[in-house]
Structure formats: C-alpha cells, structure tokens
Design a protein around this ligand. Structure first.
Ligand code: NG6
Ligand code: CA
Length: 513
C-alpha cells in the first residue's frame, strides 16, 4: 500500500467553501453546516466490500462513497461487538469504562445516562435536525426497562435525537417490532406485548420444540419464540399486528431514512442510519435472495449495498450531495455462523470477510474492530486512500470542533478531535487506540499489544479465533497485519510500555488530554 497521509484536501483555507477542486465552482458557497449521514452497518467485515478487495461479492454503491471520498485502511470501531461500539461512538467514551455495556438483552434499560452529552446533542446544539433510523441496541426505558405497551422513554429523544425509528435491540432478539419515536408501531392495545428472556411467556411455539415450523433453522441459541418462521433469542407473546416481516425490513428502514432526508432537506440534518444487514437472521427480500451466489450472508451484503445506494441517490436527487458528509462503517467485524443455518459457511465460496486481518466479530485480533471506514464530502474531501489510524470514538470531538460546540472536560472523555484526518488534511495517526473485545488491546504506531486473557482460543459456536492468551501478545501490524508472530517474548520493553499506557488510560478514566 501507499504511504500514509496519502490525501491532501483540496480546500486548505476553509473547509466550508466549496470549489477548491473545481475552478468552475469556486464562487459557490455552501452553508457552514454540512448535513451528516452516518451509515452504520452491522457485522460487516473489512473484506466484505469490493472497495476493500472483495472479489466474490460486489458492492457498487459502497464503492461510490469510496470513489468520491477517503477509504481508510486503518479505521476502527471501538469494540468487537455492537452495544459497546455504539455506546462509544455516540458518547465518545470507551465502553469498557462503564459496567453493563456488553451485548444488551432485548429488554435492557437505556444504558446511556440521558444527562450525558452525545453526538446527537452536539448536532442539536449546532442547530441540526437529528434522527436515528434502524438498529439501536442500547436499551430503552428507565430502571424497569421499556414499557412496550406505553410510552417508551428515556431513549433516543432524551439523548438528542429529534426523530427515531428503531429496531429496538437486534433482529434476532424479541420483541420483533419497530418503535417510532416513543411507541411501538401498529400495536393493537387489545393484544399487548409481553417479553421475557428468563421464562416462557404465552403459548406460541418455540424453535426448540417445533423446528418443523422454521424457514431457517437455528444452530446455537436462537431457539425461543418463533416469529415469522424464525426462532429468536427470548420469549414474546402478543403484539401480533405490530410484528415486523424480516424480508421487508431493509425496505422499511430505508424508506424511513429517505423520508427523514426529504423532510429536512432545507435545514442541516444529522442522520444515523443503522442497518439490520448483515446481522443474523439473514432473511433478505426476494429481490436479493439467491442473487449473490454466497448464500444469505452474501445476499444480505447486496441488500445492504442497495440501501446505501438509495441514500446516495436521494441526496443527489435533492441536490444535497455536495453539502453532505457521508460516513460508512460497521459496528464490528464479520461472523459466519452467528446462530442460524444460513449457508454463510457452506456457500462462502472463497470469499474472505476479514480480508488480510485475523479473527472476526468478538475477537481481540484486528478483524474484530478494524472495519470498512469511508468518508466522503464532495468538493471538500479529495478522493483517495488513507492509512492513518482513525476511530469512530473520535466522531464526537471532531464534529464538536467542526461545529464550534464546546466540550466540557467530562464530556466524551476518550474522543479526540481528528477532523483533519477524517477530511484527509492530515496523515497524523491517533496517538494510541484501545480496542475492546474480551481482552483490551492498545495500538500505538505500528505496534499492538493484547493484554493477557484466559478464555477459549477459538469460539466453539462461531469458530472465530478470539485472541485470548494467558500470556501477553505483541504484534507489529506494519510487518504482520495478520497478527501471526507474537513478538512479546523478544520485546519486553515494548510490552511494558504499551501495558503501562493501557493501565494509565484505565486509571485516569479518560484519555483525551
Ligand atoms: C450473541 C448472539 C449472536 C448475536 C450477538 C449480538 C447467541 C448464541 N449469540 O449473544 O447471535 O445476536 O449476541 O450481536 O445468542 S451484535 O452484533 O449485536 O453485537
Ligand atoms: Ca454487530
């Protein structure tokens, strides 16, 4: 790959005046507040998109963002699973600092304190309209958890989102209903929803007892109440009229995202569009089913790419393209069998979801958190590839800086202002970065240290290399991107240095200076 700092931005003076690249557009001023659309994919691996080298599956719409913007080859989610990655992206605080930020159950209370400043608050303070559409998975409601049959709050509204249309937890967890603003959509009050993750509720069949009723068989977990022919994590009864149809989910949430853009086209907006794809259960619409040749996982990638294309087309049609920052990334790395027999393993066909990286979702190895990471802002960002170390945890401080919204010292304590790197104006790596799986890791320069951790080396359910080792691990990512050679034994000083950085970041409770 090319050298770091590959990019130079076309507008050196002010990032808010268009036309640095295109002389014809020189006089064209755009408002100081670009729209920001954050497209966040679920479980998409570094190697799952063609702009990162996939050849067995093609993602032309994702590639459009790469072609018009910066493709980061060293961009990270902060965790190897969903809830903690989203927690840190929205709050600017590493999730490992707060108890209860692991994978949230379907009936969890809101895990972000409404008093805390979030990235949505930053945009609101700057006068934006803010919306979140799609997967949430950060809990809802107060201490008792969500009241599915009443007003559901606190939630996104209390965290700075003016509008929300949510898959409350995950596609594989009950309740299988959408929540728009504070209410379950289409709920018949005479058929109230009940949910339990402990004991059976209602008398609907489960995947464990009635596998003959399933359109997609479970492989591990996922054998509780059957909804739409798919058994889920957890028991659910009632709410029949409100239940989603998995095959229509991509159309449903994309429609909501497009509506939001249309409604707010005349004012600055921030849209966090969080797809269900390519998480399990992978049940794509018939337009995509069977189309990739890689089974449902590949089909879900095609569907995800279509969703992205719809958003890009809408921005273009409304004339918003030039003045919109589009960010595309994923909450964690890839997994094949995550609980359903969906051909992900049997029809892989040589596709490599992790690209050159080791591990996958749940793993302390880099494929757990190093994910597709693209940012475009036509007219402002000069297209290219960047090897600069960047992280989603830095969106918050970077946008706060861009929009001139001050952060208190206690706000976003792990978020750095790396706006210049995001816009391709600087090739300066983040000084250090914590990656969070079971074990914590530190990346600094070309080195990565993984703290000692007991646990399975390979997950028996997912067959993923977890990165656990009771001994310290040290890799040189520059020479050994696949983390094959543990150099800890021969480099005790480096191990000590990185271990003490990790300890200090833990002890200080913050990492931004
Ligand atoms: C795990 C689920 C997995 C997935 C994951 C959350 C089992 C056996 N596995 O507990 O299927 O739902 O949680 O994924 O139930 S994430 O992308 O939202 O973090
Ligand atoms: Ca995920």
């Amino acid at each position: 790959m090319s050298n770091k700092a590959v990019i130079s931005c076309c507008v050196a003076m002010s990032p808010f005046i268009l036309g640095g690249c295109n002389p014809a557009a020189k006089e064209k001023k755009v408002p100081a507040k670009p729209n920001v659309v954050l497209i966040y994919i679920d479980d998409l691996g570094f190697g799952d998109v063609s702009c990162n080298g996939a050849t067995k599956v093609s993602t032309p719409n994702v590639d459009r963002i790469a072609a018009e913007g910066i493709r980061f080859s060293n961009g990270h989610a902060s965790s190897a699973t969903c809830t903690p990655s989203r927690f840190s992206m929205l709050t600017g605080q590493y999730a490992f600092r707060q108890q209860g930020t692991g994978i949230a159950p379907g009936d969890a209370s809101l895990i972000i304190d409404p008093e805390r400043i979030t990235i949505a608050d930053i945009f609101q303070k700057a006068g934006y309209k803010t919306g979140v559409v799609g997967k949430w998975h950060l809990g809802l409601g107060g201490q008792e958890g969500p009241d599915w049959n009443g007003d559901i709050y606190p939630g996104p509204r209390e965290l700075g989102f003016d509008y929300s249309f949510l898959i409350p937890a995950t596609g594989d967890r009950v309740p299988c209903v959408y929540v728009e603003n504070q209410r379950v959509v289409g709920l018949d009050p005479n058929d109230p929803i009940q949910v339990s993750f402990e004991e059976k509720i209602g008398n609907e069949p489960t995947g464990k007892d009635h596998p003959e009723l399933l359109k997609q068989m479970w492989s591990h977990g996922h054998n509780f109440t059957i909804i739409n022919g798919i058994s889920r994590i957890g028991y659910m009864s009632g709410g029949k009229a409100a239940r989603w149809v998995d095959e229509d989910m991509a159309d449903m949430i994309t429609g909501k995202a497009l509506n939001f853009i249309e409604q707010h086209q005349k004012e600055p907006f921030f849209l966090y569009f969080s797809t269900h794809d390519i998480h399990v259960p992978r049940v794509p619409h018939s337009r995509f089913a069977g189309k990739s040749g890689l089974g449902y996982r590949g089909d879900a990638i095609l569907q995800m790419d279509w969703c992205v294309g719809q958003v890009l087309d809408k921005l273009e049609q409304l004339g918003l393209k030039e003045n919109t920052v589009v960010i595309f990334s994923s909450d964690n790395g890839p997994v094949l069998d995550d609980g359903y027999v969906d051909e992900a393993v049997t029809k892989l066909n040589g596709h490599n979801p992790s690209g050159p990286l080791r591990g996958g979702k749940y793993s302390a190895f880099d494929a757990g958190t190093r994910v597709p990471f693209l940012i475009s802002w036509p007219g402002i960002i000069k297209p290219g590839v960047s090897e600069t170390l960047v992280s989603q945890v830095d969106f918050m401080a970077s946008f706060a800086h861009m929009l001139n919204v001050p952060l208190e010292e206690s706000d976003a304590p792990d978020s750095f202002n790396t706006l210049d790197a995001f816009l391709g104006k600087s090739g300066k790596d983040r000084d250090h970065l914590i990656e969070h799986a079971g074990a914590l890791s530190v990346i600094k320069g070309e080195w990565k240290y993984i703290e000692p951790k007991n646990g399975p080396r390979i997950s028996k359910n997912t067959n993923i290399e977890m990165g656990n080792d009771p001994e310290p691990q040290l890799y040189n990512l520059k020479d050994d991107i696949g983390e094959i050679r543990n150099l800890a034994a021969g480099n005790p000083e480096k191990v000590k240095e990185l271990a003490s950085i990790l300890q200090e970041i833990r002890d200080r409770g913050r990492s931004r200076q």
